[in-house]
Design a protein around this ligand. Structure first.
Ligand code: GDP
Length: 393
């Protein structure tokens, strides 16, 4: 599936950069176009893979390239005002060649948090291609203002996109690591999951390698209907000689390449599906009640089989209670791993979002109280008790 990706703000830009690197490394061909947008010049300059001409600095007259400092209302205002500059970069994208847009941002900050719903709304008005969001929730230790920003942006972003895929930094925090090092690893985790999911829809149909390749329309249909999505992932290393003799045809022809018995292949796949769905999701949630799901099994063709995927799919149907669970292969001949990616679309039971909203409301109340108090305090300080002094003007 070919995507036009727009990274908004610092996190959005860095994750976009990582996607391009992943794409180059794996030759997956999912990033058809990449645009990074920011109010902070330094963040744009720090990117390595996004082409220079596709880095758009907005809000120069307002913030002089210094960013909006976690003020997401300002981030949204600037995005509205400078939408033509962003559109200018999007104009260079061959949109007829992309299957969808993906707008990426960290929801706790200012530029991406405020700007990504604005650009999503704009894209939906102009193009017929679906517009998806990839929203990153802040860690709970980042403080009240980040939580408040994220809760407000989340609400707005979900409304403006065809589907919001969520990654929760809080669930992926590793203790004892520098924030930067931590983010590098986290971003790698993000692009691995999304890379397999969207890469699956890029495999040519009709070759002799695949039994039931995932088509990009299946990804689109799973995401259609809107709401919030989460992704699970599990993988296992396998013995692969580099792809020779792999594929359905060679299996029929009985090439010399030893093929493990199909029961082991089936069992491996079903167990990976369970691990993916029950393990750590990008946004932890209850999987029961999920509206639609897509299961992708990636790996060397000789380690993929229809029975395993069918069993995994059935199991997922039982667990989610959904009648719309799709499944398929993503053959990667030279891979040393079999991996299962489970996309759960339209999840409803997400305690983390409720918690985020509670903390956000508390933060909002505190901020209001402090503001009121500080106005009173300042007045007490500046005004003389008997009101005998007159200001100059
Ligand atoms: P902006 O530049 O004003 O949009 O704000 P940032 O993108 O710097 O930060 C927004 C939030 O994104 C932060 O609160 C972090 O939770 C998160 N964040 C920042 N950088 C990264 C990153 O590289 N990866 C991930 N996963 N999250 C990040």
């Amino acid at each position: 599936m070919k995507l036009a990706m727009i990274g908004f703000g610092q996190a959005g830009g860095k994750i976009l950069d990582k996607f391009i690197e992943y794409d180059k490394r794996h030759g997956s061909g999912i990033v058809r176009a990449a645009v990074a947008v920011n109010t902070a010049k330094a963040d744009l300059m720090g990117l390595e893979h996004v082409p220079k001409e596709n880095r758009v600095l907005i809000g120069q007259s307002r913030v002089k390239g210094h960013g909006v400092g976690a003020d997401n209302e300002l981030g949204a205002e600037i995005a509205e005002e400078d939408i033509d500059e962003v559109q200018g970069a999007i104009d260079s994208i061959p949109v007829h060649e992309v299957d969808a847009f993906l707008v990426i941002s960290g929801l706790g900050g200012g530029t991406g948090s405020g700007g990504s719903p604005v650009i999503a709304k704009h894209l939906k008005r102009i193009y017929t291609e679906p517009v998806y969001g990839l929203g990153v929730l802040p860690g709970s230790d980042e403080g009240g203002i980040y939580t408040l920003n994220a809760a407000r942006s989340f609400q707005t972003f979900v409304r403006e996109v065809d589907n919001l895929l969520v990654f929760d930094n809080d669930a992926w925090r590793k203790s004892g690591e520098s924030v930067q090092g931590g983010y590098d690893e986290i971003n790698e985790e993000i692009v691995t999951r999304f890379g397999i999911l969207f890469g699956a829809g890029e495999v040519e149909q009709g070759g002799d390698v695949a039994e039931s390749v995932v088509d990009s329309s299946e990804i689109i249909n799973t995401l259609a209907g809107g709401g919030v999505s989460t992704i699970g992932y599990a993988s296992e290393t396998v013995d692969n000689d580099g792809g020779s003799g792999s594929g359905l045809l060679s299996r029929f022809k009985g090439d010399d390449d030893p093929v493990e018995d199909s029961a082991s292949t089936t069992n491996r796949i079903t167990s990976l599906v369970r691990k993916a769905a029950l393990g750590r999701l990008t946004l932890p949630c209850e999987i029961e009640g999920t509206e639609r799901a897509l299961l992708v099994t990636a790996g060397p063709p000789k380690y993929l089989n229809r029975k395993g995927i069918e069993r995994g799919r059935k199991w997922l149907e039982e667990q989610t209670g959904s009648m719309e669970v799709r499944g398929g292969d993503y053959p990667v001949p030279d891979s040393q791993q079999v991996a299962s990616v489970v996309l759960l679309s339209g999840v409803n039971n997400v305690p983390r979002i409720k918690e985020l909203q509670e903390v956000a409301i508390e933060a909002q109340d505190n901020i209001d109280d402090i503001r009121e108090e500080s106005e009173d305090n300042l007045e007490d300080l500046v005004e003389d008790d008997e009101d005998e002094l007159e200001p100059l003007f």
